[in-house]
Design a protein around this ligand. Structure first.
Ligand code: AHG
Ligand code: MN
Ligand code: MN
Length: 335
């Protein structure tokens, strides 16, 4: 298990044999993500110093204003994974369609596809608040050696072989799972290496933090309204504390360490909520389950949802097991 001062590189080599599908390919993929993350981290850290802030003028497929750092992070992750020729396809929250990668040897031998939210919490960039990157990895379902197809990306979350996030916070961390627990690595910026700082991360079964954009309260389904009132009630270990950063990665990371629940429910304004199943909810659900937590849309396990489109949105409730189950209980009561 964890060794003192173990670097991410050492950890990957040591654990490669325990990956479900042993081949250096997945290790190389994680390696390329950590490299791109270092480059993006450098840029995020100096965001306040250079003229990189502000809307880039484009609007992404979700109809949201893109900020320059979103574009930058998107390009860096795609570039790194394309140049190193380690995946056969990439889908990004910032791209309308998936990207097919032709291997240099013309044989398209790579087996993995990556889905990515290159910069999560982008509305926080301008105000020096933590942002992140989320990624999800699947084995392609179409034959190796042929161009990737939509069905390679539209897989249920239960098929994920790896998922993780990078948090660009007070420290930069890479947190990921390959289906054998969740481990967190902190970047030492002076040396440029990530060190295993949080081995075998687990959500406490119960928590005392709830994270939801309460500004949308009147638009929430009755079950969520009732659960929020339950969180605020003076009884037992309640009222809980309300904490909402507005960047999923940061809210999730805090809740995993301290115990808590994150909710982005559907509302009368957005019938499927806001978060994207493939770039945000599936990877976070995989991490949550691997860390003894839970992720659901209020009724169904997130990773069991059959995706129908790349940019699909779903209601998302995720965190400490007992808290998520309690929220589901309230949802069922009023449905
Ligand atoms: P992104 O920056 O990738 O578009 O994601 C933002 C997401 C998520 O990170 C965050 O929790 C949520 O949107 C915040 O939305 P509201 O501002 O509606 O609360
Ligand atoms: Mn996001
Ligand atoms: Mn984003």
């Amino acid at each position: 298990m964890s060794q003192r001062n173990q670097t991410l590189g050492e950890f990957i080599i040591e654990n490669q044999a325990s990956f479900k599908y042993t081949s250096g390919e997945l290790s190389r993929l994680i390696n390329s993500i950590r490299l791109a993350a270092k480059v993006v981290n450098h840029e995020v850290n100096k965001a306040g110093l250079v003229d990189i802030l502000g809307a880039a003028g484009d609007t992404n497929v979700q109809g949201e204003d893109q900020q320059k750092l979103d574009v930058y992070a998107n390009e860096k992750f795609i570039q790194t994974m394309t140049n190193r020729n380690i995946v056969c396809g990439i889908a990004s929250e910032e791209e309308d369609d998936f990207i097919t990668i032709n291997s240099q040897d013309e044989n398209h031998q790579n087996k993995y596809v990556v889905l990515i939210d290159p910069l999560d919490g982008s509305s926080n960039i301008d105000v020096n608040v933590s942002v992140g990157t989320i990624f999800s990895v699947f084995r392609r379902v179409t034959p190796v050696g042929t161009p990737v197809q939509l069905e390679d990306f539209l897989q249920k979350g239960t098929n994920q072989v790896a998922a993780g996030y990078i948090i660009y916070g007070t420290s930069t961390m890479l947190v990921y799972t390959t289906g054998d627990g969740v481990n967190g690595f902190t970047l030492n910026p002076a040396i440029g290496s990530y060190y295993l700082s949080h081995p075998d991360m687990k959500f406490p079964e119960d928590g005392r933090i709830y994270s939801v954009n309460e500004g949308n309260y009147i638009h929430f389904p009755q079950g969520i309204k009732d659960y929020i009132k339950y969180c605020q009630m003076e009884e037992g270990d309640r009222p809980y504390t309300s904490r909402y950063i507005g960047s999923l990665v940061s809210d999730f990371h805090r809740n995993m360490i301290k115990g808590g629940i994150y909710m982005y429910p559907k509302s009368s304004k957005a019938s499927n909520g806001k978060l994207r199943l493939l770039y945000e909810c599936n990877p976070m659900a995989f991490l949550a389950e691997q860390a003894n937590g839970k992720a659901s849309d209020g009724f169904t396990r997130i990773m069991e949802i059959e995706p129908t489109e790349l940019h699909q949105r779903v209601p998302f409730i995720c965190g400490s097991k007992n808290m998520v189950e309690k929220a589901e209980e309230f949802m069922r009561k009023t449905n």
